[in-house]
Ligand binder design. Structure first.
Ligand SMILES: [Zn+2]
Ligand SMILES: [Zn+2]
Length: 147
């Protein structure tokens, strides 16, 4: 059974390639702990979170699940670079929160880490929020990592 989040539609979470090919079945490509995590954050923050916006003509297409036809993945493949980003594993999202800069969002998450259903990783120092639930060798609720 899929676990569609309450606060996001599929098009915000997958690239158009995946949406066009798999439609509603694309939900099965996600780890539902990751979906639950962004859904809870969205509800608790109570502000708009922008992940992908290609459905409405926006520029963002690769901020959720990326497939092998997505440019970032394609470029790495063509350059002979091994690429195992959590974005291709259905456990990562990049987003902006309306009215907050990325560092404020990271600090908010650190302050409210008790709301998180599972431990998360946040990319440090970037001007968007990258959140994933890749396993880490620690019991910390939030791990900051450098790209
Ligand atoms: Zn794609
Ligand atoms: Zn990312």
């Amino acid at each position: 059974m899929f676990w569609p989040p309450e606060n996001f539609i599929l098009e915000e979470l997958v690239c158009k390639h995946v949406f066009d090919k798999w439609g509603y079945n694309s939900w099965s490509f996600f780890d539902d702990r990751a979906l639950r995590t962004i859904d809870i954050i969205r509800r608790r923050l109570n502000k708009r979170m922008i992940i992908n916006n290609w459905k409405w003509g926006g520029e963002f297409t690769q901020r959720g699940l990326r497939c092998n036809q997505c440019q970032l993945v394609k470029d790495k493949t063509e350059a002979g670079i091994v690429y195992c980003t959590p974005h291709v594993r259905g456990i990562a999202f990049d987003f902006d929160v309306e009215g907050m800069v990325a560092e404020e969002v990271r600090q908010w998450l650190i302050k409210h880490k008790e709301i998180l259903p599972v431990p998360i990783r946040l990319e440090a120092g970037v001007n968007w929020v990258h959140l994933d639930i890749a396993p880490v060798p620690t019991l910390e609720k939030i791990t900051l990592f450098n790209p």
